[in-house]
Design a protein around this ligand. Structure first.
Ligand code: HEM
Length: 298
């Protein structure tokens, strides 16, 4: 029973990750209209005719439906098993409600043209859904070992710092999704400067693009701060936070490298996919750190 439950937890997280990648593939390959403006049918049919864009969009819709069912089963299972646990309730609600919101925005984007501001919200909402589900899985897998991971409480200041970093990461994510939807991805073609003759633009699409890079540097500074504090104060008493902050630092550096690769490779599909995949994991890790700061030894 316990093994089946943990296997279900891991399976649910893997499906959610595939869903994120499928969603990114839709935007990266411009397949969003692969089913025309039909929803839930695809080009007026239940099983559409074959084109690459149609298959990408259709597979994305199928994975969304399947993931929704898996997440609901897993969340109800966890809810009943840890009846009364506030963390489980909160994460289950976060995961399910953002899957609903994300699907509604996705459907609305197909049915009616949306502004870049609204489209950019979609990526952030998907991340919140992913994070809720994955952290619920992590809770299930780690529950028996929590006494080994939580041997001391953390200071109020660090708790604040961790939550501010999560909120800031969310804004940085929005800036990335926004730059993409206003089509500023190649408004800067150089690195570290924007383009020959304009190192630091302040306006227009290059300004929007460059702001995302500056925001990335600030995020790196915040994550480095989390790591330095953890190495000094939490290495032995809170291995959960220490290990997660090390992972967050590595992921943030890789995120920056993949961002540079996106620009220099002129939007190579592997570079853009890895830029989205890395932030998906990074955001969940940052949220995990913040959530763990609220826990005390039992
Ligand atoms: C390290 C922190 C960073 C974070 C958290 C971050 C986050 C994001 C996110 C969430 C997106 C939208 C992805 C999507 O809609 O699928 C994005 C897009 C983008 N980012 Fe970043 N990014 C970071 C660093 C960078 C850096 C350093 C660069 C360039 C030097 C960069 C360049 C880009 C570009 C060009 C896009 C548009 C990609 C496309 O059109 O597919 N990013 N970023």
């Amino acid at each position: 029973m316990d093994k089946a439950f943990k296997t279900m937890a891991v399976f649910t997280s893997v499906i959610m990750f595939l869903l994120m990648i499928a969603g990114t593939l839709v935007t990266d390959t411009d397949s969003g209209m692969g089913c025309g403006s039909d929803w839930p049918l695809c080009n007026g049919k239940f099983i559409p005719e074959y084109t690459v864009a149609t298959m990408i969009e259709y597979t994305h819709r199928l994975i969304t439906g399947f993931a929704g069912i898996v997440v609901i089963i897993f969340s109800i299972w966890a809810w009943r098993r840890y009846r009364g646990n506030r963390e489980v309730k909160g994460l289950a609600i976060l995961g399910i409600s953002f899957i609903v919101v994300e699907s509604l925005i996705g459907a609305a984007a197909v049915l009616w043209p949306q502004s870049a501001e609204v489209l950019a919200l979609h990526f952030g909402f998907s991340l919140l859904a992913f994070t809720g589900v994955v952290l619920l899985s992590v809770f299930v897998v780690q529950k028996d070992r929590s006494h080994l991971l939580i041997k001391q409480s953390v200071s109020k200041r660090f708790k604040w710092f961790a939550w501010v970093t999560v909120a800031y990461a969310y804004l940085d994510i929005y800036s990335g999704a926004y730059l993409r939807h206003v089509k500023a991805s190649l408004a800067c073609t150089d690195f570290p400067g924007c383009y020959p003759g304009n190192f630091l633009p302040f306006a227009g699409l290059p300004g929007i693009h460059y702001l995302h890079r500056v925001a990335a540097v600030v995020l790196l500074a915040l994550v480095l701060g989390l790591f330095i504090y953890s190495i000094r104060h939490l290495k032995h008493g809170r291995p959960d936070i220490f290990n997660a902050s090390l992972l967050a630092l590595i992921l943030t550096l890789l995120q920056g490298v993949s961002g540079v690769a996106v620009v220099l490779s002129r939007l190579n599909i592997f570079a853009t996919l890895s830029h989205s995949a890395l932030i998906t994991i990074l955001f969940a890790v940052l949220f995990y750190i913040a959530l763990q700061t609220t826990k005390r030894p039992e």
